[in-house]
Design a protein around this ligand. Sequence first.
Ligand code: HPA
Length: 275
Amino acid sequence: MDERVQRIDEAAAYIRRRIGDKIPEIGIVLGSGLGKLGEQIDAIEVIPYVEIPYFAQSTAIGHKGNFIFGNLSGKFVCAMQGRFHYYEGYPMETVTLPIRVMSSLGVKTLFVSNAAGGLTTAFRIGDLMIIKDHINLLPNPLIGKNMAEFGERFTDMTVAYDLGLIALADSLADELGIDVRKGVYLANSGPSYETPAEVRFYVTIGADAVGMSTVPEVIVARHCGMRVFGMSVITNISNTTNTIENLNDGDDVVRVADAAASRMSTLFAKMIEKL
Ligand code: HPA
């Protein structure tokens, strides 16, 4: 058997022993400073990543490192409070392992979130952006022998972000009085922030926001056949000129994310109620 699949099976089996026969059909990935939604879950189990076989430690700031299982908006869900990034030095297999484990546990719909830099001049700090598409400048996590147990060799990405979920988010945001934008998320490796020349390049190729995560998880989720909904919290505006004001700072990112996290949590919770 494929050793990668064995590792996924072992991690999933460990979690199943902890949660019993409950099946989470909805998975949530909470990004930098966005762990708040995790507190709204009526948890039956909070499993630190260190306890799960083959899971890495989350070392990024603002990332807690727990897999939470419990009830949210009347549904049994699992939520990752913190994720693994490629820039932490983990291979893509490790970065995306939790998504494959979620799939093995029965997750069919994935909500992903992140903190991102705003590229579009119309964006403001604290804006919420529904991800309508992405540009991947990270290595593709599906490189290597195809894991046929999960999906096909060539994964279609024409509609990576589920149109029904985007429409649901739009209408509920309207009802709740929450302003949302829509845009294209570009993933680069980090951990250095973008140079102004890179920012201008990313704008030119059609990106609205830039970050260092999410896309590997989305690609693997699509490989597994999950429906995906993604949201970025704009925590800073990317600099297009080489001026020394507004230098990027990881602590700023976490502080702003915290304030916008409650609006995002409200929207996610309402969407999950309607699924
Ligand atoms: N660039 C990359 N990643 C980020 C940013 C940014 O400006 N803000 C938050 N995550």
